[in-house]
Design a protein around this ligand. Structure first.
Ligand code: M6R
Length: 590
């Protein structure tokens, strides 16, 4: 879950690499570092902390050299300290490497290499520069050394290497971790994510597994696994820089919450015939299993409800990290739907690979169009919410919900009707987001000192209660639990005492009366009730008034104030909601 960047060209590498690393910080932000080649030597600077902090202390952007690599880290092997930060180097400081992934056989490799090399960190990555060193000492070129090194690695990797023996060159490779290359007029780039290319990059290409890439002053070349050069198709790069900046908001999270009316409409840019075909696939499948993690799993739970309620198609949702324990029940007559914003979550990828091995058909619902998941699935739906930079998923969630509505209504030939309803909801959302901010901020200020929050709901909104609780935990570090309101009395009610906030999602629908009973039980124990509802009741201590919509669509309007509540509580607790501690946006470890 790290981000890597490389640049070779006419310009000074450091400022360009630094700019790209800033856009990759969503992948990891516990340490950062860069290495450049200047005057025949490797200059390497790295440290713990956010990229900006590392730069403030070490002046990363001032590093000289027109060839360089950079890294932002989310620690997996080895604690967060300066030595474990990337780049890692060989014994003679002639080779430097940045890596994203996990080298599974690193213990064996370290043990063997330690007999001849000096390894200084606790990381798995450090084996790579030493493997390259051994190869280059045999007289191999940097790219051949990289190729031979990859033949000894097990696990997942995307890495870039530079060497003083080849000062104007970067070589790299990938397996199960993302890496793309881009061509600009000033030089050649490699990065974990095409969002991180600077504006001058107009064309980019994917790197296939087993390939080695070489970036030099002449451009970018590709070698296959036998070392033979191969031609590659470059694609035009179409990313607006507005989509990846904060556009005047304090945080990406707030920007992305506010974008939802517009992004929801983008989720509707789909091909109706394709959805009809997918609806037939779902209806025909002997069994349908949806797999996802975190917020995407809560979207899947809403999807399960919709499939059952609208299209009378029962399906199950299995969290991806548990998927392989159910793999025995997956067969060629199973349709596995994988939901993932990033399309690179390791648990989801693993589940889909398992499903494919079992002969199942796979359909992925993704945001990142060029993601690994999209590329390995039989069929893909793009949710089209644009880059989501904040670690907390917001607009991707509502777009995932929209796609589930479209699928469910396609199964009953009401695709157009669903599109119209969703378009109406998007306008509703606009008024709600703009009307609520101030009130929710006040509620957050009042409740910011509370240690635990409970979120309750019934029916289709149960998943929204869970999502509200996850959002709060993630960005404010306040403990929260979401549950079906009817479950409260089966144990959790023991934790409700004076002053404990209970966020009750109780739209004016078939759940309202029973919700009020459950709310009364919590209130009787001293709970502070935050009612998220279109219908007032004096039992609420705070009423967040939502707009009335058709009852099946309530999740789209109830979730937004919960995102806002989490955001403002994080602010009150003085946490940066975009970069919660210990987390990263793309979870590429199992
Ligand atoms: O990219 P994915 O949708 O596969 O990510 C899954 C989870 O890691 C993600 O939803 C996570 O729970 C969010 N940070 C929650 O806001």
């Amino acid at each position: 879950m790290c981000g890597i960047v490389g640049y070779v060209g006419k310009e000074e590498a450091a400022p360009l690499i630094y700019g790209s690393l800033g856009k990759l910080e969503y992948r990891g932000y516990d340490s950062a570092g860069m290495a450049c080649i200047a005057n025949g030597s490797i200059v390497c600077k790295k440290d713990i902390g956010l990229l900006e902090e590392v730069d403030r202390r070490n002046h990363l952007v001032d590093m000289p050299g027109k060839t360089g690599i950079g890294h932002v880290r989310w620690a997996t092997h080895g604690s967060v300290n300066q030595t474990n930060a990337h780049p890692h180097r060989d014994c003679k400081n002639k080779i430097a490497v940045v890596h994203n992934g996990i080298i599974e056989n690193y213990k064996e490799l370290r043990a063997a290499l330690s007999l001849r090399h000096k390894l200084v960190s606790e990381t798995d990555t450090e084996v790579i520069p030493h493997l390259i060193e051994e190869e280059m000492e045999k007289g191999e070129s940097l790219e051949t050394a990289v190729l031979h090194a990859t033949q000894q690695l097990k696990g997942s990797y995307a890495f870039l290497a530079i060497s003083t023996e080849a000062p104007g060159k970067i070589a790299g490779a990938r397996k199960d971790s993302p890496l793309v290359v881009g061509l600009g007029e000033d030089g050649s780039y490699a990065t974990s994510d095409s969002y991180a290319f600077p504006a001058q990059v107009r064309q980019y290409a994917f790197i296939d597994e087993g390939e080695v890439i070489v970036l030099d002053q002449g451009g970018i070349s590709f070698l296959d696994s036998s070392g033979t050069p191969r031609q590659k198709e470059f694609l035009p790069l179409k990313i607006s820089s507005d989509a990846v900046d904060k556009a005047g908001y304090d945080h990406y999270m707030l920007k992305e919450i506010s974008e939802q009316p517009e992004t929801l409409r983008c989720s509707l840019i789909q091909d109706k015939n394709y959805f009809t075909e997918l609806a037939m696939d779902i209806l025909r499948a002997k069994q349908v299993v949806i797999t996802a993690c975190g917020t995407s799993r809560f979207a899947a739970l809403v999807g399960r409800y919709l499939f059952s309620k609208v299209s009378k198609k029962f399906c199950d949702v299995i969290m991806s990290s548990e998927f392989h324990y159910f793999a025995d029940s997956v067969d060629a007559a199973t349709l596995v739907i994988a939901v993932s914003q990033s399309g690179e979550t390791a648990d989801v990828m693993e589940g889909v690979k398992r499903a494919k091995e079992k002969g199942a058909t796979t359909l992925s619902i993704v945001n990142r169009p060029d993601s690994l998941l999209a590329r390995i699935s039989d069929k893909v739906i793009h949710i089209n919410c644009g880059p989501e930079i904040s670690v907390a998923a917001t607009k991707s969630f509502t777009n995932q919900l929209a796609v589930f509505y479209l699928l469910a209504y396609s199964m009953v030939n009401k695709y157009d009707w669903a599109v119209e309803r969703l378009r109406d909801i998007s306008y509703n959302m606009f008024y709600s987001i703009n009307g609520h901010g101030h009130q929710i901020k006040n509620i957050a200020e009042i409740l910011a000192d509370r240690k635990d929050f409970y979120y309750i709901a019934r029916g289709i909104n149960y998943a929204i209660a869970s999502e509200g609780a996850l959002k709060l935990k993630e960005v404010s570090y306040i403990h929260a639990e979401g549950m079906p309101a009817g479950e409260l009395k089966h144990g959790t009610l023991a934790l409700i005492e004076k002053g404990v906030p209970v966020v009750a999602i109780c739209p004016n629908d078939y759940t309202f009366d029973e919700m009020l009973n459950n709310i009364a039980e919590a209130k009787a124990r001293g709970g502070v009730i935050i009612g998220v509802s279109d219908r007032f009741d004096p039992i609420y201590d705070h009423w967040i008034k939502i707009n009335q919509v058709e009852e099946i669509f309530y999740p789209l309007v109830t979730v937004v104030p919960l995102q806002q509540l989490a955001y403002y509580l994080a602010r009150c607790c003085q946490h940066n909601p975009d970069k919660p501690r210990n987390l990263a946006k793309s979870v590429t470890v199992k």
